[in-house]
Design a protein around this ligand. Structure first.
Ligand SMILES: *[C@@H]1O[C@H](CO)[C@@H](O)[C@H](O)[C@H]1NC(C)=O
Ligand SMILES: *[C@@H]1O[C@H](CO)[C@@H](O)[C@H](O)[C@H]1NC(C)=O
Ligand SMILES: *[C@@H]1O[C@H](CO)[C@@H](O)[C@H](O)[C@H]1NC(C)=O
Ligand SMILES: *[C@@H]1O[C@H](CO)[C@@H](O)[C@H](O)[C@H]1NC(C)=O
Length: 313
């Protein structure tokens, strides 16, 4: 949040509050009022003027992007519309650069590729809030779906991301980013507890429960060519460049950029027509009830660059 306010302050200084509000129509002001009410945003008068301008610019961008009729991807308002792309990246795109350990165990296919797969019925869309903990959500998503499929974790029982944020402090960095494979390793060593016992608060705390009963045997690296096979049996973690995901609403997203793998998510399946199904951790108000679909061709957003399965021996 400090970063956010710092951005706002700099922009206010350079542009000036007065200039910002002069260019606003009554309609735009009302639309922004509605927006702040809907998303429960509370701003000081100075920040409000700035946010309103950011929101207006974003709505223009959204209109331009939606005018591309060659794409099924559509964009719209969500909780991120009054953040600049730079603020959005600083707050949410916090996954560290590649941590691919070349000596790590490789995933070996155990059976044939299915025609399609969709494990979303054993997952739940969660919300990381204002905390760069995507890596924890991706890791926990992989572990809880694995253990549910193996009958170890009762269905509709969820594991604790907060425990990873608070307790996995050796190599990972809480709300400032981390790696999903190292999160799975922590779970292997210490075990995860449930989110009922250790609820998500979205900020760094002292570690409160340092072990848990739910343990995977570890993680394996899924090569790009094995993604279909792995997904035929269980969800897998994927790392992506999510710089262009800010305004995504629906459709097959074909506006990827690929500079850095700055976000971690959970692939939960693939469709027969060549689409990856991806669960995000930005709440159900983002995208398709919390999900995004990516074309399976051409490694969009780097989705095939760094991927892991949790496994149980
Ligand atoms: C704001 O919300 C009110 C009530 O839902 C609605 O009537 C009005 O049209 C909205 N205004 C704008 C500019 O979106
Ligand atoms: C969930 O989906 C899988 C794969 O499509 C299916 O085999 C399973 O029966 C579904 N389970 C429930 C509870 O709907
Ligand atoms: C991840 O990045 C943060 C911020 O740059 C840094 O403090 C941390 O040490 C990095 N962690 C790893 C495991 O590289
Ligand atoms: C993703 O993988 C491709 C193919 O191996 C590689 O060329 C590219 O540099 C990788 N990008 C990132 C950001 O890791």
């Amino acid at each position: 949040m400090n970063k956010l306010l710092a951005f706002a302050a700099i922009t206010l200084l350079t542009v000036g509050i007065h200039q910002l509000s002069q260019t606003e129509s009554v309609d735009q002001r009302l639309q922004f009022e509605n927006y702040t009410t809907k998303y429960g945003k509370i701003y000081s008068p100075a920040e409000k003027a700035y946010r309103s301008k950011v929101y207006e610019d974003a709505m223009k961008q959204i209109q331009i992007q939606n005018a591309d009729l060659s794409s099924t991807a559509k964009f719209g308002e969500n909780q991120f519309t009054d953040l600049t792309p730079e603020e959005f990246a600083a707050l949410y795109l916090t996954r560290n650069q590649s941590n691919m350990n070349l000596n790590a165990e490789l995933y070996v296919p155990q059976g044939p590729v299915g025609a399609s797969a969709d494990w979303s019925n054993i997952t739940k869309v969660k919300d990381q809030g204002n905390c760069g903990s995507c890596w924890a959500f991706s890791a926990v998503g992989a572990v809880e779906t694995l253990l549910t499929l193996k009958g170890v974790l009762p269905s509709n029982t969820w594991l604790s991301e907060q425990q990873l944020v608070d307790c996995d402090r050796g190599t990972n960095n809480g709300c400032n980013g981390g790696f999903e494979n190292l999160g799975i390793s922590w779970a292997k060593k210490n075990g995860l507890t449930t989110s009922d016992k250790y609820p998500y608060v979205g900020k760094q705390q002292k570690c409160q429960i340092s072990t848990g009963q739910y343990k995977p045997s570890g993680y394996q690296v899924v090569s790009a060519s094995n993604m279909y096979t792995a997904l035929s049996y269980q969800p897998i973690t994927v790392a992506v460049d999510a710089s262009s995901w800010q305004y995504y609403k629906t459709g097959v997203f074909d506006k990827c950029t690929l500079k850095s793998l700055n976000h971690a998510v959970l692939a939960t399946g693939f469709q027969e027509d060549g689409v990856w199904i991806i669960k995000n951790s930005w709440g159900t108000g983002w995208g398709e009830k919390g999900y995004i679909r990516l074309p399976a061709q051409g490694n969009p957003c780097g989705v095939q660059n760094e991927s892991y399965v949790a496994y149980l021996e």
